[in-house]
Design a protein around this ligand. Structure first.
Ligand SMILES: Nc1ncnc2c1ncn2[C@@H]1O[C@H](COP(=O)(O)OP(=O)(O)OP(=O)(O)O)[C@@H](O)[C@H]1O
Length: 262
């Protein structure tokens, strides 16, 4: 049976009208099926974050249609949209937005607190994500007492606790050392496989992208190429590098050099 389509973007154009008009996306089509783990890559300024913002309904396209889980967000009121976003999405960013006054535990359950879920349900779900992400020993700590990897795992726990349909990540490993980055990617992969959560991740890092099922490359706001993972992550990584070298752009975008692959 065909997998369900979770995200469907058709002919998306985004024009920023500041002092000079800028076309950040040009007639881009994009689809994500249930359970897919997709990386979006492209040179700096190619429109990756703009695309992610449109998928997450934080921004609207100038032209084109967006459908998330069969719903057109433009037809929702501001309030409905805020609730839709909170329930359907989990966000993981490079800059980890944990609330400093709250403990790790309080940060993680925040999406459930906002939805006024019963305490028992919160506790059960907290226990489950804490176990999966190896966080139980640090639940009472404050964010400033965490390592980068622990803080990112806390942010992932918060993004997962309400079992969203879709996890959206913008450079989730950008600020981590290579060991913590690998831990986070392995965790995301495990969650993706176990829970069938759809994941879309913007990244400059070909190693991070090699954990995904599919890599979409964009250039100047347009579709450039798309490749699918094969059995071997090392060969997938090589193929990603090949497309990146065709894509051109700034070499500084490639924060990981091939020798860094593990
Ligand atoms: N609010 C805005 N107003 C005007 N132009 C913008 C705005 N946001 C983004 N842009 C422009 O749109 C283009 C795409 O930006 P976007 O942030 O989506 O790129 P990106 O691929 O995520 O880049 P990077 O890898 O550097 O984060 C860039 O040329 C950027 O300068």
């Amino acid at each position: 049976m065909d997998k369900k389509t979770v995200v469907k973007l058709q002919e998306i154009t985004k024009i920023y009208e500041s002092k000079v008009m800028h076309r950040a996306l040009n007639r881009l089509d994009f689809e994500a099926k249930e359970g897919e783990f997709i990386a979006i890559m492209g040179p700096s300024g190619s429109g990756k974050t703009t695309l992610l913002n449109i998928i997450s309904t934080v921004d609207e396209p100038t032209y084109g249609t967006v459908e998330i889980d069969g719903i057109n967000p433009e037809q929702l009121s501001e309030e409905e949209l805020a609730i839709f976003r909170r329930r359907q999405f989990g966000f993981v960013f490079q800059e980890i937005h944990l609330l400093q006054m709250l403990s790790v535990e309080e940060n993680i359950v925040l999406p459930l607190t906002l939805d006024a879920k019963p305490v028992r349900e919160m506790e059960e779900r907290l226990a489950r994500v804490a176990e999966a992400l190896d966080l139980h020993d640090i639940l009472q700590r404050r964010p400033h007492e965490l390592s980068g990897g622990q803080a990112q795992r806390t942010a992932i726990a918060r993004a997962l606790i309400h079992r969203p349909k879709l996890i959206l990540a913008d450079e989730p490993t950008g600020n981590l050392d290579s060991k913590s980055a690998r831990d986070v990617l392995e965790l995301l992969t495990a969650i993706n496989e176990r829970e069938k959560t759809t994941m879309i991740m913007v990244t400059h890092d070909p190693v991070a992208a090699s954990y995904c099922d599919r890599v979409l490359f964009i250039k100047d706001g347009e579709f450039f190429n798309e490749i699918y993972r094969d059995v071997n992550r090392q060969t997938f990584f090589q193929r990603i590098l090949n497309v990146l070298s065709l894509l051109g752009g700034n070499v500084h975008d490639l924060r990981t050099i091939p020798g860094d692959f593990r």
